[in-house]
Structures are given as structure tokens and as C-alpha cells.
Write a protein that binds this ligand. Structure first.
Ligand code: URA
Length: 213
């Protein structure tokens, strides 16, 4: 999909788009929603890790020994923005089983509409890790910007943001505050409605993952 955001990578793979269609469908039940989100998250993680550095390792095959690539460089840390981010973590861990997982809880102050942190737990060595922040919906982007502010305060220099869906408002917000953070997503949707929901979107991701409608 053509767009003008240099910080955004939209994964238009047919499998991702097919599963996203079922995630959007309001008649998809909680069980299917969870497994589809897990599958799409795995595929987004595949793209998000495309540039991981490798080094050659002398490897004995049954035929010979040769220098074969293995992943090198910084270890990974996933950071889930509560609560909907948790719906993406298992999909990523299936590809990246050694990754550590941090959690950030933010709520929007009803008066100021600014995000307020209520939970923050990340590994002590997060500054030495590559961080992948996960949140299914990048709407206004205020939560993602605040979460990444906090992660940068910990000394992290290498951060990516993985979102199932994005709105132009949220991508622009991220570009303004964190232009160094690439966003990987399955779709750049049209806009936000008056209630801050992504259009066409899929509704409230947390409610659909946890069945709390
Ligand atoms: N959060 C959601 O869960 N859905 C939206 O559409 C926007 C924010």
C-alpha cells in the first residue's frame, strides 16, 4: 500500500491480509480472534526481524564442515503495552523463544487525556537488548509514544514497534516524537472516529482478545 510515512512498513502478504480480514469481521469469535492474532503477530515478527545481524559459525553437517549463518548481536526484549499487547506476545515468542518480555501499563487520564503509567516491569539489562514493542492498535499513538519514552529512558537505542493496525494520526505522532523507531503493521487504516477508534478497524482489541465486551 502506498503511503508517505518513512517510519511505516505495511506487510501486504496475502496470508497476513486474509487473516486480518477475519480479525476485522465482527462475527469472528474470541477463540478464533486469539489464534488469528497470534498467527498474524508471528508473521509480523518474521518481517520485523528481517534485518537481525548474523555471523558465520563453523557447522559440521553429515557431509562436511562449513561456515553457516547464526543470529548474532544484541539479544531481544519484547515489551507489551497492556492489556491488548499481551494478545501478540505468544505469536512473537513462538519465533523468538529466548526473548525476554517486559510490560508497560498506561491509562488515559480522563481530565488531561494524557497517558499515565500504572505498571512498568522490564528486564534489568534492557539497555543491551533490541526492543520490540507490541500493541495491536496504533490509534492516537499517545500510549506508544509514552511507552517508548520510558523505554528510551532505560537507555535503549534499538526499538521497533509492532502493531496489527495503524491510523495515520498515530503514525504521524510516532514520526514526530520517535522518528528513529520503525513501525511494522498489517494495515494503515483510514482515520480515527470521534471516539478514538480506528476506521475501519476491528473494534476494541482488548475486548475482542479477552472477551470482555
Ligand atoms: N484501541 C482499540 O482497541 N481499538 C481502536 O480502534 C483504537 C484503540
Amino acid at each position: 500500500m502506498a503511503h508517505d510515512f518513512p517510519n511505516l512498513m505495511v506487510i501486504d502478504h496475502p496470508l497476513v491480509q486474509h487473516k486480518l480480514t477475519w480479525l476485522r469481521n465482527k462475527d469472528t469469535n474470541t477463540e478464533s480472534f486469539r489464534s488469528l492474532l497470534r498467527e498474524v503477530s508471528q508473521m509480523l515478527a518474521y518481517e520485523a526481524t528481517r534485518d537481525l545481524p548474523t555471523e558465520l559459525q563453523a557447522t559440521p553437517t553429515p557431509i562436511t564442515t562449513f561456515d553457516s549463518p547464526v543470529i548474532s548481536g544484541k539479544k531481544l526484549c519484547l515489551v507489551s503495552i497492556l492489556r491488548a499487547g499481551n494478545g501478540m506476545v505468544d505469536g512473537l515468542l513462538s519465533l523468538l523463544p529466548l526473548a525476554r518480555v517486559g510490560h508497560i501499563g498506561l491509562y488515559r487520564d480522563p481530565g488531561t487525556l494524557e497517558p499515565v503509567e500504572y505498571y512498568f516491569k522490564v528486564p534489568n539489562d534492557i539497555a543491551e537488548r533490541q526492543v520490540i514493542v507490541v500493541d495491536p492498535m496504533l490509534a492516537t499513538g499517545n500510549s506508544a509514544v509514552a511507552a517508548i519514552d520510558r523505554i528510551k529512558e532505560c537507555g535503549c537505542a534499538s526499538i521497533k514497534l509492532l502493531c496489527l493496525l495503524t491510523a495515520p494520526e498515530g503514525v504521524a505522532n510516532m514520526l514526530k516524537h520517535h522518528p528513529d523507531v520503525p513501525i511494522i503493521t498489517a494495515s494503515l487504516d483510514s482515520h480515527l472516529n470521534d471516539h478514538g477508534y480506528i476506521v475501519p478497524g476491528l473494534g476494541d482489541a482488548g475486548d475482542r482478545i479477552f472477551g470482555t465486551v
